[in-house]
Write a protein that binds this ligand. Structure first.
Ligand SMILES: [Fe+2]
Ligand SMILES: [Fe+2]
Length: 136
């Protein structure tokens, strides 16, 4: 089962950015599926940590790209936007640090909850403002 489902509430209104966000969510779901399949009781902790590390890297790369564009265009809301990116990355780190071998289901509930909540707000507010400034 997918970790997160793309929903209209995630939309920021710019079709190509929405598409990019959708691709990001699909990649997260793909990794989630692979980690679930590889996850044996013995190797759970390593698999989960590696998987969370990959998700963190993927999201970090997307954020780095947005932050570069913001710096290039001298976007006023840069600091606040960057700070909000940092919050999600910290949350994923916290979940990563709390993983123990037998917490697969708990960790994944936490991850799905915190990412859906965060994406639902961030995409529709911070990303919408920045991408409309960028394209307009
Ligand atoms: Fe974004
Ligand atoms: Fe963003």
């Amino acid at each position: 089962m997918a970790l997160m489902t793309w929903k209209d509430a995630f939309k920021c209104g710019n079709p190509s950015v929405d598409h990019e966000h959708e691709v990001l969510i699909n990649l997260i779901n793909e990794m989630h599926g692979k980690a679930g399949a590889d996850c044996s009781p013995d190797g759970a902790e390593d698999v989960i940590k590696q998987y969370l590390g990959e998700i963190h890297a993927l999201i970090e790369a997307h954020f780095a790209l947005e932050e570069k564009i913001m710096r290039d265009i001298g976007f006023k809301g840069y600091a606040a936007h960057k700070e909000d990116h940092g919050k999600l990355l910290d949350e994923i780190r916290d979940i990563m640090e709390s993983v123990t071998g037998d917490s697969w289901e708990d960790y994944e509930k936490d991850l799905a909850k915190s990412m859906s909540r965060w994406f639902g707000v961030h995409f529709a507010t911070y990303d919408r403002d920045f991408h409309s400034a960028h394209s307009g």
